[in-house]
Design a protein around this ligand. Sequence first.
Ligand code: BDP
Length: 600
Amino acid sequence: MLKPQATATRELVNLDGLYAFKVDVDRTGHQDEWFKKPLETTLEMGVPASYNDVFADKSIRDHVGYVWYQREVRVPRGWAGERIHIRLDSATHEGMVYVNDVLVAQHVGGYMPFSADITDHVSPGRTFRLTIAVNNELTQATIPPGTVTVTEDGRRKQGYMHDFYNYAGLHRSVWLFSTPGVAIEDVTVVTGVEGTAGTVEYSAVVAGGSGSETVTVTLSDADGVEVAAGDGSNGTLTVPNAILWRPGAAYLYRLTIAVKNDDGTLLDEYSLPVGIRTVEVRGNKFLINAEPFYFTGFGMHEDHITIGKGHNAAQMVNDFELLKWVGANSFRTSHYPYSEEVLEYADRHGIVVINETAAVGLNAGFASFFGEGPKSTYSEEFVNEDTAANHRQAISELIARDKNHPSVVIWSIANEPNSSEDGARPYFAPLAELARKLDPTRPVGFVNVMMDPFDKDTITDLFDVIMLNRYYGWYVNTGDLQSAEKALEAELKGWEAKHGKPIIMTEYGADTMPGLHSLYEQPWSEEFQSSFLDMFHRVHDRVESVVGEHVWNFADFQTSNGIMRVDGNKKGAFTRDRRPKSAAFALRERWTQLGSKKQG
Ligand code: BDP
């Protein structure tokens, strides 16, 4: 799915800002057709942002169900004769979009864009009423899954098997955009390296034409100088002496696709940045441009004070600046796809990304942490055929959205699913196959949970890399780093011997209260966090197959209520307002010196 852009043939209007806002307390909005008239409310809500922490009202924060957003939109008068579309970069977790009285789009899955062609419902130069109903419920029909229960006094309660808070709303931008009648609908780019040359294999899908149109492509370097050109909607361009996209040293070319009619009139134009690079797993090494790469960085969250999971350009830049400061070369989009702006930024700044679907919490083993739950994972009542269908959709949409980003080097199709029950292999084998079919060029993996080590796990051979979340010294061997070190090393050696594949430690961390100090390395102190991380690092350095380390988490983040958390998860190297804990300085020391040692 192409991100809308302004080109010589396309225009774009941003619809962010304040919307009238109403909580559908009695669940009557659809029945009473709230979209047919101005919302009866005095509340307003900013887009993009989560609505939960914006109002000083517990009932809004805890609401389970629909909320409604509404505003007037004027269609530019110059758009006569164009196709007109509305696009939501996301609606968490379900969005229903009404243009005046008509439902034009409905989408389930909280972290993916969707759009609708509304040409027949609007008029250039005139206004229309845009109403968006957003539902935050997680059910058997969503990824991630959840359960809504109704208490005896009639309140709806949301349960789910992950710790991060279920922020909801319009977290990303809303757009009105135009496309011409004959339009480029999709572009796929695959890059390669042959000696000193780079190859750019492209294929474009053009819709609405008669077939007699011509497609031309040009590739320009960062200075705008054309370095290759081709004809036709598919082809391979060769760039002599190509400058490669490298971690820490991004270089982007720009591919422009033009569609023209017989007399040479430009019908449509679309362009995208292209980083020429290769990714490959060979034995127990992870190679970028045929050179071993060692991941340093974090599992992150889109999570900030007040705006929750809302995208904000300045906050995003600040997070990337902190990654740079601490010496991180990569991160994982735990536990859902992030805003497209994040990936574009990573492309431009040479940060490597493990891109994850929102399939988190497919594990009955967590029931005890999160209250009552199902006994087995792969069962009619929990992860069933509906879940699998939604999971297939999540993988397909993620790859369709993000396939052209050079920063993305691994697809992570799930976080900590149960991988030891009988049902795990039949569930995951088709999903791994689907991801590979949709993108044969990138390694595919899933993130393994501590409860399913190498002698219990039944699915890791289906994947290219081993990604492990481990908490030796925290959830087990709590505070006893000596025993933890032994247990961790033994387990990693077990994975190494069994699979011979690259291992990335995708999570390791200890909750830490900033400002709490201890002479005795007590858990929760800043000293303990640093010693805990040091212990992992000693082990990583002793196990050859370890090709990366992502600390859990980049920053403290908000969680749902529970006795395991004090105002959120405190495993951040930075606090929630992005101040460094002592561990951040220790990580900086290691990671800024590590690069040459590990990769050389
Ligand atoms: C892991 C999860 C992560 C949690 C973390 C923790 O992948 O989302 O936040 O544990 O407990 O199980 O801190």
